[in-house]
Design a protein around this ligand. Structure first.
Ligand SMILES: NC(=O)c1ccc[n+]([C@@H]2O[C@H](COP(=O)([O-])OP(=O)(O)OC[C@H]3O[C@@H](n4cnc5c(N)ncnc54)[C@H](OP(=O)(O)O)[C@@H]3O)[C@@H](O)[C@H]2O)c1
Length: 211
């Protein structure tokens, strides 16, 4: 797929690397093509840098991984995104987009686009970089991590799900429609709380188990 990655920090860089390795064509959409986080990505095949608008124009899917207050600027800079799928990775924990409670609502309203899903927000970027845990007890074994996606657009959800498999996740659980996006963001806050505030460290993950 042709994917624009807006925000080339921890989350955007990590996913750009994973997806390019799977053969996706990645257009990094940045503010300043000479000075942006993750410049080293340009040495990787299938990754190029563009102005934000050019990256979006060429893409079928747009990943947005910036700080929440930048949402309005990004929406404005992207221009016409009709027919494109938007994947929102952002959590409005410390900051929010001006005038909105969360980035998902802001993107839907400002981009006039209904094909928006929330995904890749619920865990730390280290778990996206390496979504397999090698455990030693009781016997050496591997556990593949889970991803979660929320939103009401079925096609967007299907694409985000496939992209989570392409990033190496074992499962991608459907968290529900637009009405469950806030819950998925709160789920991310649970990870942040345990990992950072309660001191468990960033190398922890949630896994759905069934019997
Ligand atoms: N870090 C995690 O583990 C994690 C996990 C889940 C979700 N998230 C969410 O993902 C988002 C990104 O987090 P991150 O840790 O990847 O952030 P980060 O490393 O700080 O990178 C932020 C990126 O946003 C870009 N940016 C900021 N303002 C912009 C603007 N006005 N226009 C264009 N680009 C702009 C920066 O561009 P420049 O290079 O030009 O500065 C940078 O590439 C956040 O909303 C966060 O809540 C993060």
């Amino acid at each position: 797929m042709k994917i624009a990655v807006i925000g080339t920090g921890n989350i955007g860089s990590t996913l750009a690397k994973k997806w390019s390795a799977k053969g996706h064509e990645i257009f990094l959409g940045v503010r300043d093509i000479n000075n942006f986080k993750g410049k080293g990505l340009l040495s990787i095949p299938n990754i190029s840098v563009q102005s934000l608008r050019n990256a979006v124009e060429q893409a079928e899917v747009i990943l947005i991984a910036v700080v929440p207050p930048a949402t309005a600027d990004i929406a404005n800079a992207m221009g016409d995104v009709s027919g494109k799928i938007i994947i929102d990775t952002m959590n409005s924990l410390r900051t929010k987009p001006e005038g909105y409670n969360d980035t998902f609502d802001a993107l839907k309203a400002l981009c006039k686009n209904t094909s928006v899903v929330k995904c890749f927000n619920s865990t730390g970027f280290e778990n996206i970089e390496n979504p397999v845990y090698n455990l030693v007890t009781p016997v050496p074994h591997h556990i593949g991590l889970d991803m979660f996606v929320a939103g009401s657009d079925a096609k967007a959800k299907q694409v985000a799900t496939q992209l989570s498999y392409d990033a190496g996740f074992e499962n991608c659980y459907d968290f529900g429609g637009d009405d469950k996006v806030v819950l998925l963001e709160q789920f991310a806050f649970c990870w942040i709380n345990l990992a950072i505030m309660q001191g468990q460290g960033r190398n922890i993950a949630f896994k759905v188990i069934k019997r």
